[in-house]
Design a binder for this molecule. Structure first.
Ligand SMILES: Nc1ncnc2c1ncn2[C@@H]1O[C@H](COP(=O)(O)OP(=O)(O)O)[C@@H](O)[C@H]1O
Ligand SMILES: [Mg+2]
Length: 236
């Protein structure tokens, strides 16, 4: 299997349009806050990590244990690394750490920060507020990535915050053409219509499932077994 690719699915194209919109906005007038959200397995994290890697953006993922302080530390460490400011062991209060992040970002034109699993920030007003300050006080693009309910949750928690978010895109189920494209570009074995139909039938638009089916097809001991005889349903 070919790994590390970013196949240009419809979702990838739309998500890229979001970043382009925010990067080319009139920066003095509009804050660079946006949100991508949607069901699991559709390709949000893959888009975020691979786009960040290719373009030198800063990618951070919140975790169940994240707090305002750990986030501030992680962000500052990533910014130091990303902008080659040097090795740095962050210290000081949460407030001091965020102030340093803002200072660095003020000197970086066209900085993009992607914050994945942003739903974990919803229980901390301070964390959400600090992320908003990053968008308000710098010209950086701040792209939040959340689960399917993230947009609604944000509007319920803080209508004012929601109002500042200038671009939303909900990842959709991948189309059959998308799944076919991924299968052809990722699978090392020859791909025919039977293969793409099988991957589509088991994945139903979910890329995580599609990749699992592709791997199982490639890993099966006897490649001569007709696909129609394969029983994948129990394993998936
Ligand atoms: N654009 C893409 N190109 C290639 N593989 C992809 C792409 N999007 C997703 N995948 C594959 O699908 C899996 C699940 O996608 P992921 O980004 O984790 O979904 P989400 O973050 O929406 O839950 C990834 O681990 C990756 O193998
Ligand atoms: Mg994800």
């Amino acid at each position: 299997m070919e790994q590390g690719k970013l196949i240009q699915t419809i979702n990838v194209i739309k998500a890229q349009e979001c970043i382009d919109f925010l990067l080319t906005r009139p920066k003095q007038e509009i804050v660079g806050l946006g949100m991508l959200y949607g069901k699991p397995g559709l390709g949000k994290t893959t888009f975020a990590t691979r786009t960040a890697f290719r373009n030198g953006y800063t990618y951070l993922r919140l975790e169940a244990t994240s707090t305002p302080k750990t986030f501030a530390k992680d962000l500052l460490t990533s910014l130091y690394r990303n902008y080659c400011i040097g090795d740095f062991i962050p210290h000081g209060s949460t407030n001091t750490l965020f102030k340093q992040c803002i200072q660095i970002l003020c000197e970086q034109e066209d900085a993009v920060i992607i914050i994945d699993e942003v739903d974990y920030a919803f229980r901390y007003h301070q964390l959400l507020g600090s992320i908003r300050d990053l968008a308000d006080e710098t010209l950086a693009v701040i792209l939040l990535i959340g689960m399917q309910e993230a947009k609604d949750k944000l509007s319920r928690i803080d209508a004012h915050y929601f109002d500042r978010c200038n671009y939303f895109y909900e990842f959709q189920d991948n189309t059959k053409e998308d799944i076919m494209q991924v299968t052809k570009k990722v699978m090392s074995d020859p791909v025919d219509k039977t293969t793409t139909d099988l991957v589509w039938n088991y994945s139903k638009g979910n890329l995580r499932q599609a990749i699992k089916v592709i791997h199982m097809l490639e890993a099966r001991p006897n490649k001569q077994t007709p696909l129609s005889e394969l029983v994948l349903s129990e394993a998936l």
